[in-house]
Design a protein around this ligand. Sequence first.
Ligand code: NAP
Length: 242
Amino acid sequence: MKVLVVGANSDVSRELLNLFAAEGDDLILLSRDVENLKLLKKDIETRYEDVKVEVDYLDVTDKNSFNPIFDKFKEVDCLIYIAGYLGDNERALLDMEEAEKILNTNFTGAVLFINHFAMEFAKRGSGIIVGFSSVAGDRGKSSNFIYGSAKGGFSVYLQGLRNYLFKKGVKVLTVKPGFIATKMTENMVLPKALTASPQEVAKDVFRAIKKEKDIVYTKWFWKFIMLIIKLIPERIFKKMNM
Ligand SMILES: NC(=O)c1ccc[n+]([C@@H]2O[C@H](COP(=O)([O-])OP(=O)(O)OC[C@H]3O[C@@H](n4cnc5c(N)ncnc54)[C@H](OP(=O)(O)O)[C@@H]3O)[C@@H](O)[C@H]2O)c1
């Protein structure tokens, strides 16, 4: 299988790549930091001699750069969109650039990039699309609703895409992580019991791909936490400090 990963430098992606490489899958790694991608390629190819790794530059907020990537990488079996940008909610309310960056990285860029492969996979009648959304997209809360709304939009997109592609033989997996200890959250104090390691998330996602799941919450209990959070009436929820 050939796996293309958008945002391949992410801490979770690095763990996921090991799991694919161990199965002998070839990899295409895309993100902005190509130097880091080259180091990653070297590391994977040293440890897994039969795995071919290609790397390229991609900024998901620049849709004009997508076509050369679409032309270059045609034989893809699995697309993983893991790029994400948390940003600063307060800043985004005042600064259009920050708001746009959050929306483009987590939603617009994702939709525009995935659409191309969705149609290619549909034509061929096979393929897997994996999108990293977030529990933040399940309910808007005051601390991160710009990011949350982008992830919420992305979750709905993936849901619709899954239904659209169902009869065409293409699988779509929505990943909804809770807290993960990565560079994205390194300046935050996270509740230990609720926080997953990148390795744990990668294992959950890999298993969900193999089992052809539609949605995976990781850690698993976030499904039930979000069920409860979604049941709280808005008149109470708006008074809570979340
Ligand atoms: N960490 C959490 O607690 C958490 C919780 C819920 C959901 N998530 C989601 O899970 C996914 C993985 O998160 P993570 O914590 O592993 O993230 P991470 O380590 O911060 O990595 C995010 C990656 O996205 C890439 N990226 C950012 N902007 C990009 C752009 N404009 N174009 C191309 N690539 C871009 C970056 O690579 P370059 O700098 O090389 O471009 C970066 O390595 C993300 O979608 C995130 O939103 C994370």
